[in-house]
Design a binder for this molecule. Structure first.
Ligand code: AHR
Length: 326
């Protein structure tokens, strides 16, 4: 009998020790809810080739910070292979969503298939892609690049009265804005037989290459150059430098139009060196994360969410330059 009482006492002590190790909940009070899980988003960016792209990166990073989102940022330095690597790593980390600014249009099927199988929504920003199955991405948030090309073509046709020898600086080969801005511009030229693209070459969306390609155009064609159509402002700014160094008068002897609407382009318009720019809005941060929230909440979003653009020229550049955000 004595030994039975002893065993019972040991058991009681053990029980009370276990329960006193755990923090006690005050009677009648529910446990506090677990802190909301931080959203984790992977963002694969093309690089930093232009002022426009730097503004886009700043907008997306800044908005993520404001909203307390854990943004995993990967700069691909203009290489698709690096973007595929970044996406593979985001998928392995099981991020909540992927934001992709694709450097070129093709070659995305395999990695996007992996994202789809992992149930990770992919939001394309600023550039579209060509895939046989468009369920491989959720939506594209971008400008209509073909329309931008058309706007540039129509403006130039008016400016030169339908007659000009045009030199074209193309963006990165295989990139949606290079393909579509050329397409839209050429569509307009069909109506103006005396407006001809004499030479057209890629300058990779950078100011340095814009200058380099323009120098080559000047060397071979000199005074024959009447107009320049650049697929972005940075290349136009490089071309302006080349024209000035060759003793030519950009904005006067040579009419220049480009795309983006960055601060540098407005300064060049105010200085009378660039004639016009078609805006392409890079301030995507708020829209990108609003869209991700909708998708995560089960809402259906359109396959293409379009940013609206407008054209600026020397006559209105001075009035709006102070209001430009990028
Ligand atoms: O995809 C948008 C284009 O890419 C911008 O016009 C250009 O500046 C950029 O690098």
């Amino acid at each position: 009998m004595r030994w039975m009482i002893a065993v019972a006492l040991v058991g009681l002590v053990a029980c009370s020790k276990q329960s006193s190790d755990k923090p006690q909940e005050p009677a009648g009070e529910a446990a506090a809810p677990a802190a909301a899980k931080k959203l984790v988003i992977g963002f694969s960016q093309v690089g930093a080739e232009s002022a426009w792209r730097t503004a886009e990166t700043k907008s997306i990073r800044g908005e993520a910070e404001k909203r307390g989102i854990d943004l995993k940022f990967a700069d691909a330095q203009g290489k698709q292979a690096q973007q595929i690597q970044a996406l593979t790593s985001f998928i392995a980390q099981k991020v909540d969503a992927i934001v992709l600014a694709p450097v070129v249009e093709t070659g995305w099927e395999a990695v996007l298939q992996q994202a789809k199988e992992a149930n990770i929504p992919v939001i394309l920003v600023d550039r579209g892609i060509k895939v046989s199955d468009d369920s491989l991405y959720t939506t594209l948030i971008a400008s209509d690049f073909v329309e931008e090309g058309r706007m540039a073509g129509e403006w130039l046709a008016k400016k030169v009265n339908g007659k000009a020898n045009i030199y074209e600086l193309q963006g990165t080969t295989g990139a949606a804005p290079a393909i579509d801005r050329k397409k839209g511009f050429e569509e307009i030229l069909q109506k103006y037989p005396d407006m001809k693209i004499i030479k057209s070459q890629s300058a990779d969306f950078t100011r340095a290459k814009g200058k380099e390609v323009m120098e080559a155009f000047i060397k071979s064609d000199g005074k024959n150059i009447q107009a320049v159509y650049a697929h972005n402002d940075d290349m136009a700014l490089g071309a302006i430098q080349a024209l000035e160094e060759a003793g030519m008068n950009p904005g006067k002897d040579v009419t220049l139009i480009s795309v983006d609407g960055v601060k540098g382009a407005f300064e060049a318009m105010v200085a009378g060196k660039l004639n016009a720019t078609v805006e392409c809005n890079p301030l995507m941060g708020p829209l990108v994360f609003d869209t991700i929230n909708k998708v995560r909440g089960g809402e259906k979003v359109p396959k293409f969410i379009q940013n609206k653009d407008q054209l600026f020229e020397q006559t209105n550049a001075a009035q709006v330059i102070g209001t430009r955000e990028y």
